[in-house]
Design a protein around this ligand. Structure first.
Ligand code: BGP
Length: 479
């Protein structure tokens, strides 16, 4: 068998896109609760206050808050071994600055974890996934402030102690390298610079962004170290959004540009979190962006002492990098790039590149040599519900080809892979566009982009296919 026998098959979600119940059970508002919905071509708006009559998709999302029992039963039916979810910070500390946690919020996740464990499913928890308390955005400009480190530690200590017997796998920050992009200001770093109104064109101050990212690195290392000392059973991971690229041509200038892209977008954060120090090319990057990083005493040691146990990644597509500005561009998960003539694209313009996943896993395993886990991957597509069914051969095709690529990476290349949790296993709100109709799931949720629908769940054809895949540990990939 290609995949190890305890391979973690499952699916992934995040509270802000899936949970709903945004003001229930004592939960406070998070940054995502102030984002309107948009489309592929019209950006989501970030509003300073809630605008009456405006629809904010995170408020109800897929209503996991009220449907978790049913959802977990469906996951069990598919044979999930693991479920990736996040704990909404604002359910535990509604503003982020309280000294005592919200018991109702803690009790909610107790119920969720108990139901998962009873179904034989391990929780994999993302501690921070685009859901910083809005109060911390307003009071501190998010992670731009050093104060956030302590508040994050408080949140982590609370959930570690409470769930120490229920949760073994933790990711400190979702797609931490989003902070390498202006797009990452608000949702990833909690930075709202004056003048920012729309999500895709945020007012950017790179110096502030790199400093904020440094604070996240320190916070992550501190809690990893803390967990290693107190909870030896925990496995602590980083989570990086892979934005792999190919040089568009064999022009050495394109090759160098491509190497810089890998360093900046894919390696900078992982190098700090896995190797415990800033990489050699960091100085070049800081100069490029006019950054002079402020490190407090002892922080280099903290980074060294808080390195992660495993490396998790999201993988959706690849891009091409070129020095030729006349080439046609394509859009992407986080980063666009030159269009690749060898690849097809999704309806949202993202290249579909299963071989790129094999390439990427090899790059990462060769660099870090620690276990990898693909915690996001999938195809956002328009689905049609007809007679309580959804026929989605395009999704099966996409996932099958990516599983084959992972299989080759493991079986032929020798990469160590712990698991696979395709994104949005139950339909949820898109992070980039706020849409519900950009669906990733094996399970259809009756909800539209204006907030109508019953939240009823329906099994798609891919549901039955994935069930077979899991039952055969990835050996049977046929329709
Ligand atoms: C990643 C995020 C997820 C998720 C996914 C798909 O960047 O970690 O939160 O949403 O991308 O992207 P989208 O929702 O924009 O289709």
């Amino acid at each position: 068998m290609a995949f190890q026998k305890d391979f973690l098959w499952g699916g992934a979600t995040a509270a802000n896109q899936f949970e709903g119940g945004w003001d229930q059970g004592g939960k406070g508002p998070s940054c995502s609760d102030f984002m309107t919905s948009g489309t592929h071509t019209s950006p989501r708006q970030i509003t300073a206050e809630l605008v009456p009559g405006t629809y904010y998709p995170s408020h109800t999302a897929s209503d996991f808050f009220h449907h978790y029992e049913e959802d977990i039963a469906l996951m069990k039916e598919m044979g999930f071994k693991v479920f990736r979810m996040s704990i909404a910070w604002t359910r535990i500390y509604p503003t982020g600055v309280e000294t005592d946690p919200n018991e109702e919020g803690l009790a909610f996740y107790d119920r969720v974890f108990d139901a998962l464990l009873a179904a034989g499913i391990q929780p994999l928890v993302t501690i921070s996934h685009y859901e910083l308390p809005i109060h911390l955005v307003r009071r501190y400009n998010g992670w731009a402030s050093h104060e956030l480190i302590e508040l994050y530690e408080r949140f982590c200590h609370t959930i570690f102690e409470r769930y120490k017997d229920k949760v073994r796998y933790w990711l400190t920050f979702n797609e931490i390298n989003c902070g390498m992009l202006p797009l990452g200001n608000y949702t990833s770093l909690g930075i709202l610079n004056e003048g920012t109104e729309d999500f895709t064109h945020q007012v950017d101050d790179p110096a502030l962004r790199f400093q904020a990212l440094h604070h996240q690195f320190v916070a992550s290392a501190k809690v990893v170290k803390y967990a290693h000392e107190r909870y030896p059973q925990f496995k602590m991971g980083c989570m990086i959004a892979l934005m792999p690229s190919y040089a568009y041509s064999c022009n050495p200038k394109d090759q160098l540009e491509d190497q810089w892209n890998w360093q900046e977008m894919n390696f900078y954060c992982g190098d700090v979190q896995v190797r415990g120090e800033y990489p050699h090319y960091a100085k070049r990057l800081w100069e490029k962006y006019g950054v002079s990083l402020k490190l407090q005493s002892g922080e280099r040691d903290i980074l060294r002492e808080g390195t992660v146990d495993f490396y998790s990644l999201s993988y959706y597509q690849t891009i091409c990098v070129s020095t030729d500005p006349t080439l046609e561009n394509t859009s992407g998960n986080l980063l666009g790039g030159a269009k690749n003539p060898y690849l097809e694209a999704s309806d949202w313009g993202w290249h579909i590149d299963p071989e790129g996943l094999r390439f990427t896993l090899n790059e990462l395993y060769g660099r870090y040599g620690i276990p990898l886990m693909v915690v996001e991957n999938g195809l956002g597509a328009y689905d049609k519900l007809e007679d309580e069914a959804v026929h989605d051969p395009y999704r099966v095709d996409y996932l099958r080809r990516h599983i084959e690529a992972m299989k080759a990476a493991v079986e032929i290349d020798g990469v160590e892979l712990m698991g696979y949790t395709p994104w949005g296993c139950i339909d949820l709100v898109s992070a980039s566009t706020g849409e519900m109709r950009k669906r990733y799931g094996f399970i259809y949720v009756d909800r539209d982009d204006e907030g109508h629908g019953t939240f009823e769940r329906y099994r798609k054809d891919s549901f039955y296919w994935y069930k077979k895949v899991i039952a055969s540990n990835g050996e049977d990939l046929e329709d």
